[in-house]
Design a protein around this ligand. Sequence first.
Ligand SMILES: *[C@@H]1O[C@H](CO)[C@@H](O)[C@H](O)[C@H]1NC(C)=O
Ligand SMILES: *[C@@H]1O[C@H](CO)[C@@H](O)[C@H](O)[C@H]1NC(C)=O
Length: 681
Amino acid sequence: MYYCYQFDQSLFLIFSMGTRMLFCLTMLSNIHFFLAQDENQFIYNGFNGANLHLDGVAKIHPNGLLHLTNTSILQKGYAFYKIPISFNTSSSASIPFPSFSTNFVFAIVSQIPSISGQGLAFAISPSMGFSQALASQYMGLFNLSNNGLPTNHVLAIELDTVKNPEFEDINSNHVGIDVNGMISVESAPATYFSTEEGKNISLMISNSDPTQLWIDYDAAKKLLNVTVAPIRSSKPNRPLLSTSIDLSLVLLENMYVGFSSATGPAASEHYVLGWSFNRTGPAQNLDISKLPLLPPKRKSNQKPSSINIVLPIVATVVLVIFIGAVYFVRKKKYEEVREDWETEYGPQRFSYKNLYIATKGFKEKELLGAGGFGKVYRGTLPNSNLQIAVKRVSHDSKQGMKEFIAEIASMKRLRHRNLVQLLGYCRRKGELLLVYDYMPNGSLDRFLFSRIKQNLSWFHRFTVLKDVASALLYLHEEWEQVVLHRDIKSSNVLLDADFNGRLGDFGLARLYDHGTNPQTTHVVGTVGYLAPELSRTGKATSGTDVFAFGVFILEVACGRRPTDLHGVPEDESLVDWVLSCWRRGAILDVVDPKLEGKYLIEEMELVLKVALLCSHPFPAMRPNMRQVMQYLEGNASLPEIQADSSICTSPFTPTNEESELVFSISSSYGKWSVHSMSSNE
Ligand SMILES: *[C@@H]1O[C@H](CO)[C@@H](O)[C@H](O)[C@H]1NC(C)=O
Ligand SMILES: *[C@@H]1O[C@H](CO)[C@@H](O)[C@H](O)[C@H]1NC(C)=O
């Protein structure tokens, strides 16, 4: 503007008016632009040019779609608004703690509809650095040592697609409010209130259309509301969660807002399509028509090209359908998938109708439990009065089904007194039903961890350990082919009427080998039980089963889950802790206090040392199941292991990336290996 001064007075006047107007105009558009970038308020209908800090595997697609994680396992993805938001929480501040509001549209897509992992969270955090946080059930927000600490100052609204018992998750499709840790303050199965229908309608947060979520905080009432609804519905007038909480006690003055997402042993794509935030009042509504599209699904549902053509056809068809409906519904109810090649498995086949009657129509009341593979129902077969457990596994892929059924047929021939007997199967569209012997005492974890069930004596615990070892030995070495279990943990061990341990779910992991993309490795298993080399090779072996068995022993002896580190010094995993107690000559410190000292010291010491041997970070150092059985039966003496000396014989030199994974999977077990390696040098 200064060049105006070079003109003479009159011209200058005209010019200055013009430029002033121009200036005003640019000011206005600046303000407009600034509003979109304002630290108090912003709206992104798609994220092109958005002021976001991305971390982990997160990226923004050319169409503006925010892609937090892809289907690689055990990954984290983050996107945070770059400018810290001021929450003025100090009591001296003249502005009180603000009411704020935000809404966003997300989508979660997994390759295999029945297994998603792990979830996504909206987070308010004092920092954008989450390098120490774990993937999987920690959703990239916390780790074993800081989970639940008030010093975290983190508020998260989680969209969780996996049921984690250690975090008291209610199901595998819930919305939760998390304060400083992964055990939700409050959570609810995903539903929304429909005013038209006057009731709650349930909603799948993964593998459905994009979904909207609203978070509204009323600072005066100290009330936090969370509401979800399908993208095309308007905001329901009843929130899903409405929780009293004083956020001024949780949040600090300067906080970052954004999204954290993680995949676990199973992986989903996590997307955010649009996001609106306002620190001082209601957030603006997103413009649904401007949101970026998701990448096309493999199965596209084609829409009719013109309603005009479709309408008359529909009118005719409706009549036909109406007439046929009664007949069709009847037939459909018990419909099965049966193919020619299955005739040879005839004896193994159950009819769906019988299973339906046995389980009283798969009633919720008959539900025994739900795991990574599907729901299990109790039933009584109509003709024989035989008690059974029916596991429903959804499985879309036709590919590989033949191989898997062949395997089921051979698994039916697996007979061992410590295996849950598989009785047969049934197939329906997109679904497989497996029929097992019913185990009246349910799963072992409920005896170990639930306050409701009676305590299990050391005699029973030691017996169960030997039972499971014997079952594994049978699977690994004594049958005609090697069967890997791949998911050994206390919730997969069942107790029969006499409290004998029976290993369940064997071989089921194979279902996901067949019929899925061979390029992507799906590590099946549970975090906390996965051997460190699994993250590098993705290949399950009998050695990875032995590792999980070691962790399982610790669960039984210490009465805690591998991820429950209550009272364990910071930076230590359960195995580390047992190891360090052993080094101090105080290995019995780790024993489950619920046993009240009632156990044989020699047996307990033996069991704990066998556990440490089995969960050795180097596969070559682990015993096989035959040796384990001999140690437990007292038929062979344990090798001398000095935790401090150089026990490392395997030339395992993790790169940075790998060691990070080793650390994050078996936690600081890495410390032991790093220690022994450096003493090797
Ligand atoms: C996921 O993203 C990461 C980082 O961009 C990449 O290395 C990996 O190959 C991707 N995985 C898949 C399955 O596309
Ligand atoms: C939260 O939900 C309650 C209960 O429906 C409602 O009365 C209140 O107005 C809501 N508050 C906000 C900030 O949305």
